[in-house]
Design a protein around this ligand. Structure first.
Ligand SMILES: *Cc1c(COP(=O)(O)O)cnc(C)c1O
Length: 378
């Protein structure tokens, strides 16, 4: 029954692995969600909002207090001013911001450049528009991965409308540096195309790496839609609060599509996220350090188990190269050892990703220890 344009995106390995994880009572290091809560005061504000009757449609661009908090926090941390009235829209998670940006800004017949492996919603969003995807692969670099600059140059052309860049990157953990981003910026300016900067892990670049937004590079503010989210910063992946920032002309286009998708983002969570952005940056810094420690623990343990562990510089994930079919490995792992992981092949089109497997470490230390104990039984 499904329409042809969505058929290639019908089955997600995420769903399958999650079901297997439940069935075999496995520790789920597949999907990237934390198994512990964000700041307690933030949770309390959401509860109060519901008790206090904040349960109807909020303003469709997002509550003014949240919009102001988003732009103020960003200006403090990264510089770069956005107008809370007109240059930001609150969405139902970053996923909706990404989809609405693509729906609002890409015509049928345009080309969209994606850097693979990629968050799986990008390619489905492009498929909904009837545009064409061109992929650029990341390449091995000093134990991790980085942009393939030469391929990127070849991939962009006169029909390129949009490029999506994600840093810190899911799934590799690569944090792109100024040189990489400057190349994308140069191509975008020369070819006059738009950039979506997926910055959902913007607070989670591990020391000494620092998050740099492509929107801050010369000529880029006017052509970049920055997408971010509370999900990964405050451990609230179920709250569905994300946002898009950019010049008014681009945000108007995102909003035009967004109003017919979710219409509005969840109301009672918006004051809680406004509070957290403004008052919980110390919690965020501590969480970043804790995740860095969890990454060190997992990568050391996986290496001791004999895995070829790839370097990650931020975010929720570490990848290992198992040297054989990663999809098969991930399908068998829940039953075999009681652990779930995601094959990177699910996030890419090219076959050279087929041997990579992604583990998420955004879990309580006890969860990670138990997962490692189970993997040791192999
Ligand atoms: C989790 C994730 C998203 C989606 O964020 P939500 O706010 O939960 O929709 C988008 N991009 C990347 C790279 C992610 O890892």
């Amino acid at each position: 029954m499904l329409v042809e344009r969505l058929r290639p995106h019908n089955t997600s390995v995420f769903g399958e692995i999650s079901r297997l994880a439940v069935k075999h009572d496995a520790i789920d290091l597949g999907q990237g969600f934390p198994d512990y809560d964000g700041p307690a005061a933030m949770l309390e504000i959401a509860r109060d909002a519901i008790s206090g009757g904040l349960n109807q449609y909020p303003p469709s661009l997002g509550q003014p207090g949240l919009r102001a908090a988003i732009v103020a926090e960003r200006a403090r941390r990264l510089g770069g001013e956005y107008d809370a009235d007109g240059e930001v829209v609150v969405t139902a998670g970053a996923t909706e911001a990404l989809t609405a940006a693509v729906l609002g800004l890409v015509e049928r017949g345009d080309e969209v450049v994606l850097i693979e492996p990629f968050y799986d919603s990008y390619v489905a969003a492009v498929a909904m528009t009837g545009a064409t995807v061109r992929t650029v692969g990341m390449v091995p670099d000093g134990g991790g991965f980085t942009l393939d600059v030469d391929e990127l140059r070849r991939a962009v052309g006169p029909r390129t409308r949009l490029l999506v860049v994600n840093s810190p990157h899911n799934p590799t953990g690569a944090v792109l540096d100024r040189r990489d981003l400057a190349l994308i910026a140069e191509l975008a300016c020369a070819g006059d195309f738009l950039v979506i900067a997926d910055e959902v892990y913007e607070h989670l670049a591990f020391d000494p790496r620092q998050h740099l937004s492509i929107a801050s590079l010369p000529g880029m503010r006017e052509r970049t839609i920055v997408v971010s989210s509370a999900a990964k910063t405050f451990n609230v992946t179920g709250w569905r609060i994300g946002w898009a920032l950019g010049p008014a002309e681009l945000i108007d286009a995102v909003y035009a599509a967004k109003q017919y998708l979710s219409f509005v983002a969840p109301g009672p969570f918006q004051p809680a996220i406004a509070y957290a952005l403004t008052h919980e940056q110390q919690w965020v810094a501590a969480e970043r350090a804790a995740l860095h420690e969890k990454y060190r623990f997992m990568s050391t343990a996986l290496r001791e188990l004999g895995f070829d562990v790839k370097r990650s510089q931020g975010g929720f994930f570490v990848c290992v190269d198992i040297g054989s079919d990663g999809t098969r490995f991930c399908r068998e792992l829940p039953a075999r050892l009681g652990v779930a992981a995601i094959p990177v092949a699910a996030l890419a089109e090219r076959s050279h990703w087929d041997t990579l497997v992604r583990f998420s470490y955004c879990k309580q230390d006890a969860t990670l220890r138990e997962a490692v104990d189970r993997l040791r039984r192999a």
